[in-house]
Design a protein around this ligand. Sequence first.
Ligand SMILES: *[C@@H]1O[C@H](CO)[C@@H](O)[C@H](O)[C@H]1NC(C)=O
Ligand SMILES: *[C@@H]1O[C@H](CO)[C@@H](O)[C@H](O)[C@H]1NC(C)=O
Ligand SMILES: *[C@@H]1O[C@H](CO)[C@@H](O)[C@H](O)[C@H]1NC(C)=O
Ligand SMILES: *[C@@H]1O[C@H](CO)[C@@H](O)[C@H](O)[C@H]1NC(C)=O
Ligand SMILES: *[C@@H]1O[C@H](CO)[C@@H](O)[C@H](O)[C@H]1NC(C)=O
Length: 506
Amino acid sequence: METFMINLVNRLRVTQFLLTIIITTLLYSPTWPFSAAAASTTTQLELLKGFKATPDPSTTPFQALLQDSSNNFAFGFLRTNETLLTVAVIHLPSYEPLWVANPTRFAQWSDTTQLSFNGSLVLSDPRSKVFWSTGTQGDRVVLLNSSNLQIIQSLGGESATQSALWQSFDFPTNTLVENQNLTDKMALVSSNGKYSMRLGEDFWGLYAAFRQGSDKNYYKHTAMEVKAQIVKGKGPIYAQINSDGYLGMYQLGTRPPVDILPFTSFQRRVNGLLRLRLEPDGNLKGYYWDGSNWVLNYQAISEPCELPSPCGSYGFCKPGSGCSCLDNRTDFNSGQCFRGVSAGDFCGDDVTEKNFWVLRREGVELPYKELMSYKTTSSLEQCESLCERSCSCWGAVYSNGSGFCYTLDYPIQTLLSVGDQSKMGYFKVRISPRRHRVGVLFRAMIGVLTGIVAVLVGFIGFVVYKKWMKRRGQKRFLEEGTGGASPGPYKDLGSASFRSLEMCSR
Ligand SMILES: *[C@@H]1O[C@H](CO)[C@@H](O)[C@H](O)[C@H]1NC(C)=O
Ligand SMILES: *[C@@H]1O[C@H](CO)[C@@H](O)[C@H](O)[C@H]1NC(C)=O
Ligand SMILES: *[C@@H]1O[C@H](CO)[C@@H](O)[C@H](O)[C@H]1NC(C)=O
Ligand SMILES: *[C@@H]1O[C@H](CO)[C@@H](O)[C@H](O)[C@H]1NC(C)=O
Ligand SMILES: *[C@@H]1O[C@H](CO)[C@@H](O)[C@H](O)[C@H]1NC(C)=O
């Protein structure tokens, strides 16, 4: 009995000792997985209420905070432009951003920026306040193995029913991944904000924001309706990338796709993730991950000259030989074909003065002209005058053969160069009224500056002169003072200024 008690006490001591060691190690170890400090650098499988993280100054380009069970995707801080930060979901093996939060402003990559979860994911900064917030009241954040970031609300007890209050799949940026739905209420937008992809009643289209408030449709894919017909009023259309390697279009409520757009990997078993991205040049490209690279397996526009604006404003694109300028006196390699202010149309306030000059070029064709409307006119002059008279027209392209007259209601982009000289282009080039105004302002400012300088020079001259006079007076006074006799007005003048001079030198 006694030996047993001694044994027990010894054992307790040993246990206590071990516990002490464990606790000390855990408390002082920097890798203690649940400490608040380490939470920001440790990737977790879910984020609970109270979660807070700040970016690590040395991390680049991505700091993971949450990962999915397959270890393919992570959610965290993404560095943009060296010092800026946003939150994103990336594909871990390639660091390719698949989803990026769309904040009103970018946050700084600094330790004052914080991502927290209080039911809502909030990216904030104590000075500038909230940059981005999901505006939800959920219980936890998870990253699914599809790369979908979800905010979950657990409903009622242990029955484990739960619902996603918010998911990143509903707010796509420039990328659509496998099994993500693109509905008629969503759009993919290129990273530079110039191009978008949207669904219509029975098609999906690519649009360019050449002019504010009006999108130009430059590519359109209409549903083939082979396996299923679109039934009007039955439900909205959505698009989804299928793991079999195609972009399907569906009508909600019907299972067979109304359209199948096969990628080059169609029905070839590729195990890697498929994704579609709207590129900064306006092309829509599909890729699959082969384990070490993203392999291109689809592109909407294969001829570079058919892109919305491959050579920029007033550019001229010749298939097979690249870019030049519509104005043959401008060298494309100088950087830009058009050096004006392209904002706004020609409907200026001063209608009496012509605010443009005209550039003409033969052998010109519109890209994506099948999506443009036209009028038929009997001559080139008639076509040009349609455009000339309308201040919201930037240019016109006329085909002498067909009599088709296309007028352009957006700033001139890149046109196609064709051998057919009977296709003629008429383009307005802005004489910038702003430049004129700037000139007037500049001249006015020069005038004002000259005036100011003249006044200043005069003033300084006056002050110097006065000082000099005072000095002379003082010198005389001193000389005279030592000399005793002080005749004349110098003494009177000097006595006051001498005192002030003395005060100053003290
Ligand atoms: C979470 O924090 C944000 C920002 O501080 C605040 O606006 C919001 O009301 C909070 N939400 C909840 C559910 O507490
Ligand atoms: C993703 O998770 C689901 C269950 O949530 C599972 O059925 C599926 O096999 C997983 N996919 C991958 C690629 O791991
Ligand atoms: C995509 O849409 C289908 C049909 O509405 C729906 O069943 C599915 O849950 C959606 N998928 C996602 C990830 O939202
Ligand atoms: C430029 O175009 C004008 C009008 O089409 C033509 O007369 C001129 O010869 C061209 N100049 C050059 C250098 O090609
Ligand atoms: C346009 O076509 C007419 C007749 O079809 C022809 O007389 C004229 O020379 C053509 N003009 C040009 C610039 O090709």
